[in-house]
Design a protein around this ligand. Structure first.
Ligand code: SF4
Ligand code: SF4
Length: 134
């Protein structure tokens, strides 16, 4: 897959830019509403995508090579996880709908639902865990 095609797979939901809490024993992952400092809550996009690693070194860059290691903690609706699991894209995916806004209209993105990480101390993130499906 060409790099541009790989990038286009992202549906723009912004979910992977939410901070997560992981149980070290079970590897169970819980997403919180606390967003990475670079996430734009309105567009659900990274505000500095091209230089994000310089600002947020811990940002994980997803590639075809590391997908197998990472897919388990990606949101269930994530196009890369769906690809890894051999599942079809949802009809709200921009590549299917032809409209980048369809992910927001479908209520699948994090638009308007996040809290910037600088507003909440890390020890309180547990209070912001998202219950149920993300
Ligand atoms: S969860 Fe997947 S589809 Fe959604 S923004 Fe992240 S990489 Fe893109
Ligand atoms: S640096 Fe950008 S792409 Fe990485 S987690 Fe933060 S908002 Fe998302």
């Amino acid at each position: 897959m060409a790099p541009k095609e790989w990038e286009a797979l992202c549906d723009g939901c912004g979910k992977c830019c939410l901070n997560k809490l992981e149980d070290p024993d079970t590897q169970e992952v819980a997403f919180t509403r606390i967003a990475c400092r670079l996430l734009d809550d309105e567009t659900c996009r990274c505000a500095q995508y091209d230089i994000r690693k310089q600002i947020v070194p811990e940002c994980v860059v997803l590639t075809p090579k590391n997908l197998a290691e990472i897919a388990y903690w990606m949101p269930e609706t994530c196009a890369y996880r769906l690809l890894y699991e051999g599942k079809a894209l949802y009809d709200w995916h921009p590549l299917i709908s032809g409209d980048p806004e369809s992910v927001h209209r479908a209520g699948v993105s994090v638009q308007g639902r996040t809290v910037p990480e600088w507003e909440v101390p890390e020890e309180e993130w547990e209070d912001y865990v998202i219950e149920g499906d993300l």
